[in-house]
Design a protein around this ligand. Structure first.
Ligand SMILES: Cc1cc2nc3c(=O)[nH]c(=O)nc-3n(C[C@H](O)[C@H](O)[C@H](O)COP(=O)(O)O)c2cc1C
Length: 223
């Protein structure tokens, strides 16, 4: 295990969309999940739940998803960037940078759709964390789950591993829950986290992402 600082973990994490097939050892994942329990949550609710899948069951689940239509109605409503112009612009810019890195042209809708479908097989990741929680949880608990997931993604970096969070998998939420034996009545499926090692020289893992400068989102008062 490396001696990575928190800053190094934060700054070296990026969403990886091309993974090596090397398996992720169970004991590494157990170590990470044991530490991630210490993520904060409002009222210490700890609303997060997950199943981590690899090997034959993962291949079987992915084959089922590839053969199935997307769920209708959707599991939950993805935020609609149309109504927030800055968000729409950010989405367009990250998409443009990603497809440009892969040399997929603006008008090549088929190639873009093919790439999006790689979400189903989690971009070749050898393990996938499937995250769900009790339907009674509200917005504060969704936020708690997000903190837990980011804690996991940073701990993965410390172990030399990479990740990609995947809301896309919610398009197959019911199918996933049935496969892993989680009740659709009581639980909402949130997202997957693809887990593995990055293919270093694949341009999809190297394009430049952008972030707002601090002043765009944060104010300091009274300093
Ligand atoms: C909750 C969540 C869900 C996401 N779902 C997907 C997804 O389904 N497919 C995908 O390729 N990226 C997905 N992403 C990755 C975002 O596109 C990515 O975090 C964003 O563009 C910033 O890039 P970075 O993670 O490389 O810093 C998701 C991110 C989060 C936090």
């Amino acid at each position: 295990m490396s001696t990575m600082t928190v800053s190094e973990a934060v700054l070296s994490r990026r969403s990886i969309r091309a993974f090596k097939p090397d398996p992720v050892p169970l004991e590494v994942l157990q170590r990470i999940m044991d530490k991630a329990r210490w993520a904060p949550s409002g009222c210490n609710f700890q609303p997060w739940e997950a199943t981590i899948v690899t090997g034959a069951p993962l291949a079987e689940l992915q084959a089922k998803m590839l053969a199935a239509p997307f769920q209708d109605p959707p599991e939950y409503s993805w935020s609609d960037p149309e109504v927030i112009p800055e968000c729409k612009a950010r989405l367009q810019r990250v998409g443009a940078a990603m497809y440009q890195a892969m040399e997929i042209g603006r008008s090549d809708a088929d190639a873009r759709a093919d790439f999006v479908r790689n979400n189903v097989t989690s971009f070749g990741a050898p393990a996938v964390l499937l995250c769900y929680f009790d339907r009674r949880m509200g917005p504060p608990q969704w936020s708690d789950v997000g903190m837990w997931l980011q804690t996991i993604m940073l701990l993965l970096r410390e172990e030399g591993l990479d990740s990609c969070p995947q809301e896309f998998l919610s398009m197959h939420a019911k199918l996933i829950k049935e496969f892993i034996g989680v009740s659709d009545e009581t639980h909402i499926f949130f997202c997957g986290i693809a887990i593995g090692r990055r293919v270093e020289d694949n341009p999809v893992n190297g394009f430049e992402r952008e972030r707002e400068p601090v002043e765009g989102n944060v104010r300091f008062l009274g300093f």
